[in-house]
Design a protein around this ligand. Structure first.
Ligand code: COA
Length: 323
């Protein structure tokens, strides 16, 4: 059997935050944020709204929109860096809430590459014959782990969730995947709630996201331009075969630089950065869903997904959209 993505659903909290919100907190401006990042708005969860809540709504939206029965899902893979708690996992909370009694449940920690890791793992689990129906979710409440005194990062992040259902099928639609990590860059993008060291560097134990924005920016553009080519080769494709490119929505300028490096017009990139900000593991399914909803992504289109972020880590695949 092969792995086929058969449904997608998303959810973002109701509260929309524009760039002017930050002008009261830090020295910044709507103009700076839009021109340096492409972000116009982001959604923030309420105080009593968590990653499990966003995930549940994304999964229920998926089930409603594609008329899918989730009761026989046999594994939940949930990518997040903003879990409700370290344990139990968000996946286990969700397994209970959705009443999927028999499903295995596991959180994935691969930051903005988490959704790509999830799709790759689901493909392996299905094609090995171990599982038949896997729910892959990327979900974040980054507003709860943002340092609102750090003007170089607080303007970036937002909350949201995206889910896909990966099922066993005679003919699949998930192509070859790439997954990778470069742990030597761990100190450039991290979040830790206890004092510790990464690569010999003592790091801040604030429980908030810290990043070296410029370094991550350069790494993302250089390494992901390279890895996109590796991904295309693995799938025996050239960039001209790709109908839609869905990179992690970290910054509009990163997306533009990647398109230039890879050789694809920026009009063929699907993004979620302008409306949702950087939602880490949720950004790719959010962008894909928006592209489908807008009537851009059509049946048979080849869609290249490429996530990258903390770890440092990256993961991608090419999906032949078929639902
Ligand atoms: N408002 C106004 N000015 C700001 C600002 C803000 N919110 N944040 C930073 N600045 C200032 C800086 O202090 C700097 O001023 P200086 O020249 O006087 O020192 C200037 O703007 C330029 O800073 P710089 O860091 O070079 O900006 P940049 O163009 O690299 O943009 C990021 C900063 C964070 C938006 C950008 O580096 C980025 O997006 N990096 C990747 C982050 C990321 O993707 N993280 C998650 C990975 S998945």
């Amino acid at each position: 059997m092969q792995a086929k993505i058969t449904a997608i659903g998303t959810y973002a909290p109701e509260q929309v935050i524009d760039n002017h919100y930050f002008e009261n907190l830090i020295e910044t401006s709507d103009e700076w944020i839009q021109s340096r990042t492409g972000i116009k708005t982001r959604h923030f969860a309420r105080l009593n709204e968590f990653t499990s809540d966003l995930s549940e709504k994304a999964a229920l939206n998926l089930a409603r929109d594609y008329n899918k029965d989730l009761s026989d899902v046999d594994f939940i893979l949930l990518a997040t860096v903003s879990h409700d708690h370290v344990m139990p996992s968000v996946a286990a909370v969700l397994q209970h809430r959705l009443g999927i009694a028999q499903a295995g449940a596991l959180d994935i920690s691969a930051a903005c590459a988490g959704f790509g890791y999830g799709v790759s793992l689901a493909k392996g689990m299905i094609e090995s014959g171990m599982h038949r129906k896997v729910l892959v979710i990327g979900a974040e409440v980054l507003s709860k782990v943002t340092d609102f005194s750090d003007r170089t990062s607080c303007i970036l992040f937002g909350d949201g969730a995206g889910a896909v259902l990966v099922e066993a099928a005679e003919k699949g639609n998930v192509g070859a995947c790439i997954v990778g990590a470069e742990g030597n860059g761990g100190q450039d993008l991290y979040m830790s709630s206890q004092s510790t060291m990464i690569n010999g560097e003592l790091i801040k134990a604030s429980g908030k996201i810290y990043q070296n924005g410029r370094k991550v920016f350069k790494w993302a553009v250089n390494r992901m331009t390279e890895q996109a080519k590796v991904l295309l080769d693995k799938n025996n494709l050239t960039i001209d075969d790709i109908d839609w490119f869905v990179p992690h929505s970290a910054n509009m300028r990163i997306i533009e630089a990647l398109c230039k490096g890879i050789g694809i017009p920026v009009e063929k990139a699907l993004e979620s950065i302008s409306v949702y900000g950087n939602t880490s593991s949720a950004s790719i399914p959010l962008a894909l869903y928006e592209g489908i909803k807008a009537g851009k992504v059509k049946k048979g289109d080849k869609v290249m997904l490429l996530g990258f972020g903390g770890g440092l880590s990256y993961a991608g695949t090419v999906v032949e959209w078929g639902v």
